[in-house]
Write a protein that binds this ligand. Sequence first.
Ligand code: HAM
Length: 424
Amino acid sequence: MSGGVQPIRGMNDVLPAEIGLWQHLEATLRELVQVYGYEEIRVPIVEHTELFKRSIGEFTDIVEKEMYTFADQGGDSLTLRPEATAGIARAAISNGLLRGQKHKLWCIGPMFRHERPQKGRYRQFHQFDIEALGYEGPDVDAEMIVLTGRLWRMLGITRVRLQVNSLGTPASRAQYRDELVRYFRGHEAALDADSRRRLDGNPLRILDSKNPDMRAIVAGAPSIVDHLDPESRAHFESLQRALQSAGIAFEVNPRLVRGLDYYSRTVFEWTTDALGAQDAVCSGGRYDGLIAQLGGEATPAIGFAMGVERVVELLRQGGVGPQVRAPDLYVVAQGDRAGAAGLALAERLRDALPGRRILYGLGGGNFKAQFRRADRSGARFALVLGDSEIDRGVIAVKDLRGDAQQFECPMAEAHARLEAVLKE
Ligand code: HAM
């Protein structure tokens, strides 16, 4: 293959054979957000690079090495969004949506990160994202988690478990960070290169290390839950009580620190054991300081994002088949006259039977070839039109799935007869 038609590594096509699961998931998500009263927002796929640097953080993996950044023709540095939260926060500020108001927003779309592609990890991937702006919680924290629990039930997904943690306020986190740096400095010789690099920029991320050699050191590190300020502790305890009373099982994981800098207080993650190394299916948390930090008025907020590819894979593994609806009717017409009459008939039926799937045998050919195509389409009935039917003003209706007798009906009565047989 020449360069021009090669796909980009880590960026996937979703083919018609796979799209059914995506559509099923998207329809379920739309139903879910309706139920909970979230409104859709669409923000650009490209933003000023500065926005992501300031919100996600200079020393995060995303900003340090994963962003698709380029200079546009005007010389501005732009970046393909690696996530949706920063753009939504920016949109809330630049459209004046805040001013003491609250918003429950959602969006779905592609995100871009130049990561090493592997199963479940892509360079273009899709997130379903929810953000609640202006809510202090912890009730909204609990409701958001309950909402994800409902989604798993709606989708029949069972192999997921929930971890929660609290990162406290920026002040309590800074204190904890100092203590953590002291601890890791005391063990510096045993740190791997990645962790040593993080020691200055983002020491909390060392807790997230996937290197087995780091396990013992990480296990001995001071725990963030012992360093929470009283308000954050009360917030976290209240969230846990709410989850318990809602019957949502969870585990407190003090090592859950998240890879983006804007979080404070509640963070959570749903993971699965069904996808291998890329086990996070839905992650999020509170970002009470972000909007003020970007120049908007101080607004508490919380949200999460779900990896659509990963959830689609869970559905596929769970045996959810592609949700394709077979056609109801397939018009088989042979010859010029019948062809034109068949095309017009299909149009009349589409008017008269709204919502029905009605296919016309494009490309013509003899009856045998057309019946084969009609059969392969999965249609219930073939509507047959040849010269003899045209001359008599009728159509023949042939049952392709059951064993009902073929019958003829006058062209003018076709829609009424077909409506009746389709209901059987
Ligand atoms: P995140 O943890 O970076 O958080 O990503 C959220 C989810 O996106 C992950 O749990 C995972 O399912 C999926 N994901 C991330 N990277 C990839 C990838 N390379 N390939 C496939 N799936 C991926 C955020 O993005 C935050 N904006 C979430 C948030 C919203 N926090 C508050 N509001």
